[in-house]
Design a binder for this molecule. Structure first.
Ligand SMILES: Cc1ncc(COP(=O)(O)O)c(C=O)c1O
Length: 370
């Protein structure tokens, strides 16, 4: 099982499972920008190493100022963290909800953070029949039973966005919201959907962002949370000092200037998302709609006596050096479901070809066994 630690992108486990070096895999199991880190990241890492003999800025001033400029909000509304993962944990610890409404399926860290503080979760079920789109009635039902609603916007693994007007209406009604926009920068026209600016003036609304996915720097760890300055102050009081290291601060500030990288990423995704979704559909997979850099699909069940299971498909793909995400590890999905990142064309072609061969070979074995 690849998701031993609950996440994708675990190349050390893949090495042990499939017997090839960690660097030898084509990794579709975690959703990184396939262009890799912007050039400037290499320059900073090489030239900046002597700086680590000093402490980083405890207030992360330069990066906060640049983020504030980019999103047209006040720096006091921003707290930077050691990845969005740190800030999910911090926000839940500080907000301290007894009960939290969580979409099923969604990123597992929301529930884990809630359980760690002794809280309980209330499901907001998402259904395949509606393309896993979050329904207002289900959200409102959870609102009535909880102290906080924590939702992915867009959601992982389904890729669906929330209705921003519904979120604004809930915010006006005083509903405490934690919205995870870790993948929002991949969404075309993100400003039409993001609630970041609303959060910057609303004490009970928190919006999370990650910089590790769009800029392909998960090893550096970098994310931020936006809320009203009073709420941000409360979060900062409980954050570990110097949680954002020197390289993360400098890299974060520098990558924001790389507009060419941003535009290239948007152009690539617009094209490749359409291509890959069409190709997966051609294989007979049920592909769910989404506007991000990953795709959720269900395996075809052409033989009811021996349904195709994600674990077997994942293993056979892994043996070929291609890692895919077993989406049955997300509560609310079963073992028909797979999530893959969208990568560059040549890599996507290899994924499609290998998937086709693996599915065909399993189905042919079924035929032979009859
Ligand atoms: C939906 C979602 N939120 C947050 C995170 C954490 O991101 P970071 O690398 O910034 O900690 C992830 C990582 O996979 C994610 O999928």
């Amino acid at each position: 099982m690849l998701e031993r630690y609950g996440h994708g992108g675990d190349l050390i486990t893949a090495e042990a499972e499939y017997g090839r070096p960690a660097g030898g895999f084509l990794d579709f199991s975690s959703n990184m920008n396939p262009f890799g880190p912007p050039e400037v990241v290499g320059e900073i890492v090489q030239s900046g190493w002597r700086e680590i003999s000093r402490y980083p800025d405890p207030a992360v001033r330069e990066l906060r100022r640049k983020l504030a400029d980019k999103y047209d909000i006040e720096p006091e509304s921003i707290l930077v963290g050691n990845g969005a993962a740190e800030l999910i944990d911090l926000a839940i610890r500080v907000l301290g909800p007894g009960a939290t409404g969580i979409a099923r399926p969604s990123f597992t860290e929301y529930e884990e953070a809630v359980v760690k503080i002794g809280g309980v979760t209330v499901d907001i079920p998402l259904h395949a029949e509606s393309g896993f789109s979050p329904q207002e009635q289900a959200i409102r039902e959870a609102v009535r039973q909880t102290d906080l609603v924590a939702l992915g916007h867009p959601n992982n693994p389904t890729g669906q966005l929330l209705d921003p007007e519904l979120m604004r209406a809930l915010a006006r009604e005083g509903v405490p919201l934690l919205l995870d926009e870790a993948f929002m920068d991949f969404v075309p026209d993100e400003r039409a959907f993001s609630l970041l600016r609303d959060a910057s003036r609303t004490p009970h609304v928190h919006v999370l962002r990650s910089m590790t996915k769009f800029y392909a720097i998960p090893g550096i760890r970098l994310g931020f949370i936006v809320s009203h300055p009073d709420s941000v102050r409360r979060l900062r009081e409980r954050q570990v000092p110097w949680s954002v290291n020197y390289f993360a601060q400098r890299i974060g500030a520098a990558v924001l200037d790389d507009i060419e990288y941003e535009e290239r990423t948007q152009r690539w995704l617009a094209e490749e998302s359409v291509w890959l979704r069409a190709e997966l559909g051609r294989l007979g997979l049920t592909v769910f709609p989404g506007r991000v850099n990953y795709v959720l699909f269900a395996l075809p069940q052409r033989n009811p006596n021996r349904p195709l299971r994600v674990q077997e498909v994942q293993r056979r793909m892994g043996e070929r050096g291609i890692l895919i995400r077993d989406a049955s590890r997300f509560r609310g999905l079963d073992d028909r479901y797979v999530r893959v990142a969208i990568k560059l064309r040549g890599e996507n072609e290899r994924l499609v070809q290998a998937l086709e061969e693996v599915i065909r070979s399993i189905e042919a074995e079924e035929e032979g066994a009859r």
